[in-house]
Design a binder for this molecule. Structure first.
Ligand SMILES: [Zn+2]
Length: 82
């Protein structure tokens, strides 16, 4: 990897880099603390949100899926004494 100087590109400070990132790449963000859900939690939560206007049976199924996953995770954590 070459430096900006070696590439004869203009180097910028970190605050300018962050400002440009925020301005130009709004769709790419880093995870906020405590927002780092596992893939299954993220999928289940997305499904829960999408099921808001669906029949009760579909909403209940989405809730059960996430509840079952959370119970599984909780049991694994208890076994590992986390
Ligand atoms: Zn999870």
């Amino acid at each position: 990897m070459k430096s900006a100087k070696e590439l004869r590109e203009r180097a910028i400070c970190i605050s300018s880099f962050k400002a440009l990132w925020t301005q130009l790449l709004t769709h790419i963000r880093s995870c906020r603390p405590r927002m780092d859900l596992c893939w299954q939690c993220q999928q289940n939560n997305d499904q829960l949100v999408r099921s808001a206007n669906l029949p009760e049976k579909r909403k209940t199924a989405a809730i059960k899926k996430q509840r079952d996953h959370l119970r599984l995770v909780q049991n694994v954590c208890l076994q590992k004494d986390l």
